[in-house]
Design a protein around this ligand. Structure first.
Ligand code: GTP
Ligand code: MG
Ligand code: ZN
Length: 354
């Protein structure tokens, strides 16, 4: 196996010259489990650790290795242990806002050529959630494909309705319905995976990500879990992110199902996912139009005339609001909370006066 079979393309070859570390090797991070790493080189997959320096100079978790990263390594113990000295810059990435008070991101994977955003055709299907994943992919310059799993559980008409809904929301990504049970559409999924390219499976727990991976491998390599009957929710069976090489030569990263997609701070990528609304906003009378109450707001006018659906407007505004909130620092958030607290107090006083 050569490095380019693992995705080391000309972009990284150019970076390699800039990094100039002839005495070191290059390997790709294939799994992360807390502070333990697996990397893969031309010969095999092996355990890896970080240098103290890398650990010490990492300001946020984003500076630490994630699955898909290219690392500069030195080998020890007859080549059975790798020490990671440095990381290559990331060409593309998938990341989410981490839970907690500070504005920070959690890396999901890097150097991804395609994000496979999976929703099941039945209970998990949700346009708003889909839009969030699309924003996430867009934010990290990753090309999205929508996979509608479990097509065996719905009739042809229901499936068609889902696709009409997706198109109605101006989502232009490729949509592939498929079933792990009767193998419908599986060949199309297979053809969408190119040799030497890296893809990442994203989606809620229980939609069938790992089942698809096993299917593509042709054997039950990874554990899958059942879903709750009443709401189709999964049991968070997959615990770590891991990159697997398929027989076809494509590289596929399975991820644990996300509880929710934390929002992203990049307005530009929201605008990209809502190009129609973004274009309309250019016609608003005021440059700083908030698209809520202003006269001459092109977006509000479009809703009134029926050219823009109120649902789409709502999901756009909701994403905008969340994005703004996440961009605020903790202090700003506290201030806002306090202001909100005072507002409630004043309102309560006025009520009592009456
Ligand atoms: N009917 C039907 N069931 C499926 C299909 N694909 C997967 N399943 C079932 O859905 C359940 C969950 O599948 P998993 O592959 O473990 O789901 P996952 O997305 O990897 O879930 P996490 O690892 O928890 O994130 C299992 O019981 C699978 O057998 C499908 O195409 N049709
Ligand atoms: Mg899984
Ligand atoms: Zn406006």
């Amino acid at each position: 196996m050569e490095l380019n079979d693992l995705g080391f393309d000309p972009w990284f070859q150019r970076k390699r010259k800039e990094l100039e570390r002839p005495e070191c090797g290059i390997a790709r991070v294939t799994a992360v489990n807390r502070d333990r790493y697996l990397v893969r080189n031309e010969q095999n997959e092996l355990q890896a650790e970080l240098t103290g320096k890398l650990l010490f100079f990492s300001e946020t978790s984003q500076d630490l290795p994630c699955v898909g990263d290219w690392a500069i390594v030195q080998y020890y113990n007859d080549g059975t242990l790798a020490i990671i000295h440095d990381l290559f810059p990331r060409k593309t990435f998938l990341r989410r806002k981490s839970a907690g008070k500070n504005v920070d991101y959690q890396m999901i994977a890097s150097n991804i050529d395609g994000a496979f955003i999976m929703q099941s055709c039945d209970l998990n299907f949700n346009l708003r959630r889909l839009e969030r994943y699309l924003v996430m992919a867009n934010d990290g310059s990753v090309e999205p494909t929508v996979l509608l799993s479990k097509s065996d559980l719905v009739g042809a008409e229901d499936l068609q309705r889902r696709i009409v809904e997706i198109r109605g929301a101006h989502i232009e990504a490729r949509v592939i319905p498929f079933s792990n049970v009767n193998s419908d559409g599986l060949e199309t999924v297979q053809r969408a995976l190119e040799k030497g390219k890296t893809y990442c499976l994203l989606g809620s727990s229980g939609v069938g990500k790992t089942t698809l991976l096993n299917h593509l491998l042709g054997r039950e390599v990874f554990e899958t879990g059942t879903v709750r009957e009443k709401d189709g929710r999964g049991r968070h069976t997959t615990a770590r992110r891991q990159l697997t090489i398929l027989d076809s030569g494509a590289l596929l990263i399975d991820t644990p199902g996300m509880r929710e997609v934390g929002m992203l701070a990049v307005d530009a990528s929201i605008d990209d996912s809502f190009t129609d609304i973004h274009e309309l906003s250019g016609d608003c009378r005021f440059n700083d139009c908030t698209h809520t109450t202003e006269t001459g707001c092109a977006i509000l006018m479009a809703i009134e005339s029926g050219r823009l659906s109120p649902e789409r407007y709502k999901s756009y505004m909701k994403l905008r609001k969340e994005s703004e909130f996440h961009q605020m620092s903790y202090v700003e958030k506290r201030k806002k909370d306090k202001r909100f607290g005072r507002m409630i107090k004043t309102a309560m006083k006025q009520i009592r006066k009456k």
